[in-house]
Write a protein that binds this ligand. Structure first.
Ligand code: ACM
Length: 554
């Protein structure tokens, strides 16, 4: 292995060497796939037939010659692969993989070896074959759960944007899309049993412009939702690209859109509108049996559509002050034997987690409701730093590491005046690259007897400040590229200078070819700035507390 990663591969593979003869994959060829790897067929055809324009005959019998061969190796882990490109051999491209996932990853590596043209939608000229360097790549992921959250509730992203987001995630070897489908500002999933969730809950009259402290409003209605067929298409498309879609129905806070549609979900409140502001909402759902029954029905429809082993129930940032002054809610907590109304939050989430378990699914939750207060099969997303994850591991929960101060990609990408609507703390590309899910304390907690496991990590694209796919591109890339290397590549391969070299020398050209409007490394283009839009830039003080930044940003 050379010190630097050859050929600008991103994320860096476990091992890659230039070996054998350079090759040209002919314009028409046979690809022979073992039946166990048939799940890689869609990526094979997308890269080699659609984007590069080759005429590909896919066969699954085991005789005859083939320029591309996908061979199942049961001894290899499901996501591992070995890729050999050698112009002096037949097949020219040999992919050996433990499963379809590994074969897809190999094809994503091949896509990068074929050059930026392999990231365009179709060939731009006559197809004369695909030149490839002779190479031997031996690869597999560091973490099994390599996730990105996309918030389609704060700003709706039309379906084609979600499919494109999935394609890009898959090209970076990410394998989970956490789809944040519901929040105070919008409900985005059609539910047959409760049509008002989208008739009413998917639309708001206007949006706040800038941070939650901004006085500005746009005076423009916003909304949208996915039909059940749209969601089935998203799930199937993602599956064909090796990405599992984990849906989130966020309860019992972050629920004002549902309450606006069905006021009986919060009988302690006057009627509400879909929220038009950002920030911490003061309202939560009611906690009656009727409300639980409503959400069990919602989850039944979620489980019909989404095949993910996990479903996120939220549980974050639940305000309990209104519960504390509502006699019925106080009585409910007492009748359940709970210490106070705060304990209704994990209780409520645990009721729904039980419903998911009865149907063979696992709940995931934000770390406010982790720990000993929910059943141990519930997965905890550690977003408020590492502490919640560490406690949850000790309590036996599996954990996804996703700390706000490290991997919230809506947070500003640089200090200073130029970032569009700068919110949160600074996360540069290098900061994200230096994020380490397995801190010493996390690793220690995970090693204790009876502890849960660290499944992996998740980066977040919240969209209060990202009102279009163009702004999502800006926030996500290239920081999501850096995150992808963190979760895929072995720790000993982590080398910022090498990554920076590959990013500048090879990977940005791939993103350009794919039409990604990423943040330029030296700052936004003039049209990517939003000088009139107030942000809320924060920084950590010497004691690690969040304070308003005084770095010249607005
Ligand atoms: C979160 O950022 N409220 C999970």
């Amino acid at each position: 292995m050379t010190a630097s990663t050859p050929l600008g591969l991103v994320p860096a593979p476990r091992d890659a060497v230039l070996a054998g003869d350079d090759a040209v994959l002919p314009a028409a060829f046979v690809a022979r796939i073992d039946p166990e790897l048939a799940g890689a067929r869609a990526v094979l055809l997308d890269v080699l037939a659609v984007r590069l324009g080759c005429s590909v005959a896919v066969v699954t019998d085991d005789g005859g010659s083939a320029a591309v061969r996908l061979a199942h190796r049961p001894s290899m882990p499901e996501e591992d692969y070995r890729l050999t490109v050698d112009g002096a051999r037949e097949p020219v491209v040999l992919i050996e993989a433990g499963g379809a996932a590994g074969a897809r990853h190999a094809l994503r590596t091949l896509q990068q070896l074929a050059g930026p043209a392999a990231f365009r939608t179709v060939p731009t000229g006559p197809v004369a074959g695909v030149p490839l360097p002779g190479v031997l790549v031996d690869d597999g992921p560091r973490f099994g759960h390599r996730a990105v959250l996309l918030d389609v509730a704060r700003h709706f992203m039309p379906k084609d944007g979600v499919l494109r987001f999935i394609d890009l995630a898959s090209a970076h070897k990410l394998n989970v899309l956490h789809l944040h489908l519901t929040d105070d500002q919008g409900w985005r999933m059609e539910v047959r049993a409760f049509p008002r969730l989208t008739q009413v809950g998917a639309w708001r009259t206007e949006s706040q412009v800038g941070s939650s402290r901004s006085p500005l409003r746009d005076g423009t209605p916003h909304g949208g939702y996915y039909t059940q067929d749209d969601l089935r298409e998203i799930v199937a498309y993602a599956r064909s690209r090796g990405v599992v879609v984990v849906p989130e129905i966020d309860v019992p806070g972050h629920s004002q859109a549902a309450i606006a549609a069905y006021p009986h979900l919060a009988p302690h409140l006057p009627p509400q509108q879909v929220w038009t502001r950002w920030g911490l909402n003061p309202h939560a759902l009611g906690v009656s049996d009727e409300v639980l029954a409503f959400f069990r029905t919602v989850l039944d429809e979620v489980m019909e559509i989404f095949d993910a082993p996990m479903i996120c129930l939220g549980g974050d940032e639940v305000p309990t002050q209104e519960w504390a002054t509502d006699p019925e809610t106080v009585a409910r907590a007492a009748q359940l034997g709970l210490d106070d109304v705060d304990e209704l939050v994990p209780w409520f989430v645990a009721q729904l987690a039980e419903h998911l378990r009865a149907h063979g699914r696992r709940a995931t939750v934000w770390d406010e409701v982790g720990g000993a207060r929910v059943p141990t099969d519930v997965v905890v997303n550690s977003w408020r730093g590492y502490r919640g994850g560490i406690d949850a591991l000790r309590d036996g929960h599996d954990v996804v590491v996703c700390p706000e101060h490290e991997v919230y990609l809506d947070h500003r990408a640089a200090a200073g005046l130029d970032e569009p609507a700068p919110v949160g703390t600074v996360h540069t590309v290098e900061d994200v690259y230096r994020f380490e899910p397995l801190t010493e304390q996390v690793a220690e907690a995970a090693a204790e007897p009876g502890a849960g496991a660290v499944l992996g990590a998740q980066a977040h694209v919240w969209t209060e400040q990202l009102d279009s796919g163009r702004r999502v591109d800006y926030a996500a890339y290239p920081r999501l590229t850096a995150f992808a290397e963190v979760v895929w590549s072995p720790l000993e391969r982590r080398d910022w200078a090498d990554f920076d070299h590959r990013l500048r020398g090879a990977h940005l050209a791939r993103l350009d070819a794919a039409g990604v409007e990423y943040r330029p490394l030296d700052g936004p283009h003039p049209w990517q700035r939003r000088p009139a839009v107030p942000g809320w830039p924060l920084r950590f003080d010497e004691l690690g507390r969040l304070v308003h930044a005084e770095d010249g940003a607005r």
